[in-house]
Design a protein. Structure first.
Length: 239
């Protein structure tokens, strides 16, 4: 993956905290700002730039005067994700099937960081990649949540099953509601795209298929919102 620009105070702050910052661009009037001083303390080079230049680097005007060139997070292997989970009583992996919107992915990574997900598995074709939009929306969580890109989700599920994981897929056609499953032990949660849901093959490989009950007039939730609801419940159920 290529390095990319992160913009906005929160995203830049987390970029500095995680050690992924390579170069900070800001306005000269922010020379003594806490972010600028932190960059200098961490030996991150700083350039004072015009608003026009900051707009160009960020690709918009919503940078709040701070743009950072970030070292792209390294993708990890599924084996590394599984190995990380072995140190926990209740490991949790998230599998994303067909998520294409970087805003959704960024919000999902933010929830994953909040609820202690060990790693996120995505397809390396047809899905969204880690980019500046993902980093901005995740408010820096992209630097902390391991992401694994695989060519075949069914094969990844087989590997997770061999390692003792139960596969729980979220789909509107399910008979079970999400609170009718025991989430203790190794769990791999599968969430699909809003448009196409989870693929047939992945559903067939699932141990449980669950749904979030809907009582309003719409029949689905945004993928990132649904993920947040499910992860929150899993965390609560495990206490």
């Amino acid at each position: 993956m290529a390095d990319y620009y992160v913009y906005g105070r929160n995203a830049v702050r987390e970029c500095l905290h995680s050690g992924s910052a390579k170069h900070l661009y800001t306005r000269e009037r922010f020379a003594h700002d806490a972010l600028t001083l932190e960059a200098s303390e961490k030996n991150v080079s700083v350039s004072f730039s015009s608003d026009k230049e900051l707009d160009r680097l960020a690709g918009n005007t919503r940078h709040q005067g701070f743009v950072c060139l970030s070292r792209a997070p390294e993708l990890v292997s599924l084996r590394e994700v599984i190995s990380k989970g072995k140190a926990k009583t209740n490991p949790l992996v998230l599998i994303l099937d067909g998520i294409e919107d970087p805003v959704n992915l960024g919000a999902i990574l933010r929830s994953c960081d909040a609820f202690g997900v060990d790693g996120v598995v995505v397809k390396n074709a047809g899905g969204v990649s880690l980019n500046s939009t993902v980093a901005k929306v995740s408010t820096g969580a992209v630097a902390y949540v391991p992401v694994c890109s695989v060519s075949n989700l069914s094969q990844a599920i087989s590997e997770l099953k061999d390692s003792g994981y139960w596969i729980v897929s979220s789909d509107g056609s399910a008979k079970l509601t999400y609170d009718e499953v025991d989430y203790h032990g190794p769990i791999a949660l599968v969430v699909g795209s809003e448009g196409f849901g989870i693929s047939r093959l992945v559903l067939q490989r699932s141990d449980f298929i669950v749904k979030i009950p809907m009582v309003g007039h719409v029949n689905s939730l945004n993928a990132s919102v649904a993920t947040g609801v499910l992860l929150s419940y899993i965390a609560l159920a495990r206490k």
